[in-house]
Design a protein around this ligand. Structure first.
Ligand code: SF4
Ligand code: SF4
Length: 503
């Protein structure tokens, strides 16, 4: 039935002189926007269903299509924008919580774009990464304060388990169920080829992907979906998910439409029913409780795997991180509020949490002040969009970065933010077999390898420009950053000086 209140956000513009009514657009659009009218012989569009995913635009053989934002306006009102009006109408229609996907599109400040990177000139010359060695390999986990050898020359201490990465980038947690089998295969194969890691999220590990175990981080979330001994043993590291940047303070939600037979078997839950993981872990109400879970997971895997604890970036993240560093965890992952998600309540996604940049700076600072920075490594995520963001994150104190949305973009995502509908036209965030096969994992994994390889070159260039030849020398080196357009408070929180201030 036509909605009397909500007007379409987009217009489908069809150039009739180019359209040959081949009906490719009709077949490609899972949202059933396009249809053929046999009486007129013309294609039509039900624009209210369009999410601007660009699938039809990209595949139209005669380039007859364009999707434009509608210029149909309400009476001007700076307070009540069209989006806010639509959301009220939607809730009045359904009585339901608004759901969204991917990261928040709201225009909050992006601190990465207000930080500039230093370069060496004359007195401390830059390094040419094409001609001189540049170290982008790193290890994540606890560092030992000193290494002792016995008379036989062998190490006296047992080194804590660590993750070895060729580049300071990992694919962030995306569950099988929220993304497709082919997307998971692409991530797993790319991680293996690149010498990095991908993360199962809270969806368990599909049988077919056990062979990628040495490049897999498995998650233990509050719902414990798909968690069993073999799952833990298959992985290179185990991540306890306490929170997620896109929806801090609430649990996970996978709509029932995406719980196919395969997904339900992997998660060990019923088919077709919403998978809702609780907001808290029901056995964790303190750092001592968290320590017990860390210890249990270590014991279950014979102390051979590093344990990651993932939290959302929130107001007191530094104090929480200090507790995590004392809980026996090897790595802390912090997820900023612009981080992506397969499904989240819109209000939570757009209003809860803090940006990753100040959270990271404060956590690194606090752990250093307390003398426990080497007890843990720090991974940050939540809208890391480029190699420059990675370099800035490391200079602010991170060891490595999780990338999620950037990885999905490499796979062909067009950021239509409709993942929760299960109708991803690009075969990424869907379980519909006809849509899943649109993503070719042979191509997908190569595109991911290309992306991360390109970032590695750029990271080497930027490090060389600073006269730095190892990530170790960059980590927490805030003198390599300068702020621009930031207030005194923001500069203080980030621990950086203003552009133009010398050393
Ligand atoms: S939803 Fe995507 S495929 Fe469908 S009409 Fe809109 S842009 Fe085209
Ligand atoms: S993964 Fe698919 S549904 Fe989700 S934002 Fe990207 S293109 Fe849209």
């Amino acid at each position: 039935m036509m909605d009397l209140y909500i007007r379409p956000d987009y217009e489908v513009v069809r150039n009739q002189s180019r359209c040959i009514a081949c009906r490719v657009c009709e077949r490609q659009c899972a949202n059933e926007v396009h249809s053929f009218d046999p009486e007129t012989g013309l294609m039509e569009a039900d624009e209210g269903k369009c999410v601007n995913c660009h699938r039809c635009v990209s595949l139209c053989p005669t380039h007859a299509l364009k999707i434009v934002k509608t210029d149909d306006t309400y009476r001007e009102n700076a307070n009540w924008e069209a989006q806010a009006i639509h959301e009220v109408y939607r809730q009045a229609n359904t009585g339901g919580v608004l759901l969204s996907s991917m990261g928040s599109p709201k225009p909050y400040p992006v601190f990465w774009d207000k930080l500039l990177i230093n370069a060496s000139q004359v007195t401390n010359p830059p390094i040419d990464p094409l001609r001189e060695p540049m170290e982008t390999q790193l290890y994540l986990g606890k560092r030992t304060a000193k290494i002792e050898r016995g008379k036989d020359g062998l190490l006296k201490d047992t080194l804590p388990p660590q993750l070895k990465l060729s580049v300071p980038v990992l694919f962030s947690a995306m569950s099988y169920g929220s993304i497709s089998y082919n997307a998971h295969e692409s991530l797993a194969r790319a991680a293996e080829e690149l010498g990095i890691y991908y993360n199962t999220g809270e969806g368990g590990l599909h049988r077919d992907f056990y062979k990628y175990g040495k490049n897999t981080i498995v998650q233990v979330a509050s719902g414990r979906f798909g968690v069993h001994k073999e799952y833990l043993e298959a992985a290179a590291a185990i991540e306890i998910k306490m929170g997620q940047g896109a929806k801090p303070g609430i649990g996970g939600h996978l709509p029932g439409g995406k719980i196919s037979k395969d997904v339900s078997e992997t998660r060990m839950i019923p088919q077709g029913v919403d998978a809702i993981s609780p907001a808290p872990h029901h056995d964790i109400y303190s750092i001592e409780d968290l320590k017990q879970l860390v210890d249990s997971l270590k014991e279950a895997t014979e102390y051979k795997k590093p344990i990651i604890v993932k939290i959302a970036a929130v107001h007191n993240a530094a104090a929480i991180a200090s507790g995590i560093a004392r809980s026996g965890a090897d790595i802390i992952a912090i997820d900023g509020f612009r981080g992506g998600t397969g499904a989240a309540p819109t209000r939570i996604r757009d209003n809860v949490g803090i940006p990753i940049e100040p959270a990271l700076a404060q956590i690194d600072q606090r752990l250093r002040e307390e003398g426990i920075r080497d007890n843990v490594s720090i991974i940050v995520g939540g809208s890391v969009r480029s190699s420059a963001d990675v370099v800035k994150a490391i200079a602010l104190g991170a060891d490595a970065c999780y990338i999620g949305t950037a990885a999905l973009l490499a796979l062909g995502c067009h950021l239509c933010r409709s993942c929760h509908t299960g109708k991803c036209n690009w075969g990424i965030a869907t379980q519909r077999p006809d849509l899943v096969k649109r993503l070719n994992p042979d191509l997908g994994y190569k595109r991911l390898v290309n992306l991360v390889s390109a970032w590695k070159h750029e990271i080497e260039e930027m490090m060389g420009g600073m006269g730095i030849n190892s990530l170790e020398a960059l980590r927490g080196n805030r003198l390599m950053l300068r702020g621009i357009g930031l207030s005194d408070t923001e500069l203080r929180l980030l621990g950086v000086r203003y552009a133009g201030e010398s050393l």
